[in-house]
Design a protein around this ligand. Structure first.
Ligand SMILES: CC(C)(COP(=O)(O)OP(=O)(O)OC[C@H]1O[C@@H](n2cnc3c(N)ncnc32)[C@H](O)[C@@H]1OP(=O)(O)O)[C@@H](O)C(=O)NCCC(=O)NCCS
Length: 167
């Protein structure tokens, strides 16, 4: 397991809670496909925004999305439902950060809430010239966050060895 602190950043390490984001959206007709369900692309856009905000908060820098893992669509989301996206950092490297994003759909008439999507987005912090720049360390505080860190480190190892990126 890597050290949570990043000695190359000038900013002290922060816990995941310091940058966590919760974002809420109402699904409107313009967000839907021909079946009346939320477009997958719109959900991915919202996840990217929520995850990006968490990464910007952590890094205090602009960030770029570099890779997305394990994005799943477990249940359709319908027009009129309320989507809540929760984003939290799981791991940081030197310039990159992994953020887990969970999306929940709420039927506001019944009050039913279900987990509809999960994904891991990796962002890279950028300096003023648009080059990767060091980010603060991450200090997991709970057992779940420590487990997430270890799982994220393993995901990164697999991701880098199986990258789809062409030379
Ligand atoms: C983000 C960008 C500047 C990074 O440039 P780069 O030359 O790949 O940078 P590096 O090789 O130094 O890698 C930067 C970090 O990304 C990580 N990385 C690179 N490829 C990766 C991959 N496939 N999976 C996970 N991490 C990856 C590196 O390990 C490094 O992390 P670390 O510093 O924590 O160890 C460049 O890839 C880019 O501009 N991509 C386009 C981004 C974009 O347009 N996104 C959509 C809109 S936001």
């Amino acid at each position: 397991m890597s050290e949570p602190a990043n000695p190359q950043s000038q900013t002290p390490a922060k816990p995941p809670a310091a940058s966590a984001v919760e974002m809420t959206e109402l699904v409107l007709p313009n967000d839907a496909n021909l079946l009346g369900n939320l477009l997958g692309g719109r959900m991915m856009h919202w996840m990217d925004i929520a995850g990006g905000m968490a990464a910007i908060r952590h890094a205090n820098r602009n960030v770029a999305t570099i890779v997305v893992d394990c994005l799943d669509f477990r249940h359709p989301v319908h027009v009129g439902e309320i989507v809540t996206l929760k984003a939290k950092l799981t791991w940081v490297g030197r310039t990159s950060m992994e953020v887990v994003i969970h999306a929940y759909a709420e039927n506001p008439m019944s009050g039913t809430v279900i987990l509809t999507n999960t994904a891991y987005f990796t962002f890279v912090a950028l300096d003023d010239a648009g080059k990767p720049t060091p980010v603060p360390g991450l200090t997991p505080e709970t057992d779940a966050e420590r487990q997430e860190w270890q799982a994220a480190a393993e995901r990164r190892r697999k991701r880098l060895s199986n990258s789809c990126r062409t030379p």
